[in-house]
Design a protein around this ligand. Structure first.
Ligand SMILES: [Cu+2]
Length: 107
């Protein structure tokens, strides 16, 4: 009897692992600052940048191999990005040089 249950248990475990992997993260921008100064995500996980400020921001990274640019985000706007590979990205705002966020992408 136990041998019949075995393969099903393995299948269920694999399904649960897939769901856990698809975790999403949100970083907001308010008072010309990111809501966190550092963040660790896994490759492929969705990272949402939300502008909770009353001014426009432009989130980007020019770290080699980790480049992206969300372009201008008006107040209330949000955009999503995911890092495809491991690395450490220094994320900044093109309009406000004091805004800094370090994103560590690790499996
Ligand atoms: Cu900004």
């Amino acid at each position: 009897m136990a041998r019949r249950i075995g393969p099903l248990a393995v299948l269920l475990a694999a399904t649960v692992a897939t769901v856990v992997y698809a975790e999403s993260h949100t970083v907001s921008q308010k008072a010309k600052a990111f809501s966190v100064s550092s963040l660790t995500v896994k490759p492929g996980e969705t990272l949402t940048f939300k502008n909770d400020d009353e001014i426009t921001h432009n989130v980007f990274s020019s770290t080699k191999g980790m480049e992206f640019n969300l372009k201008a985000q008006p107040p209330g706007g949000s955009a999503q990005y995911f890092f495809p590979a491991e690395g450490v990205a220094e994320v900044r705002c093109a309009f406000h040089p004091a805004m800094k966020l370090t994103v560590t992408v690790k499996k």
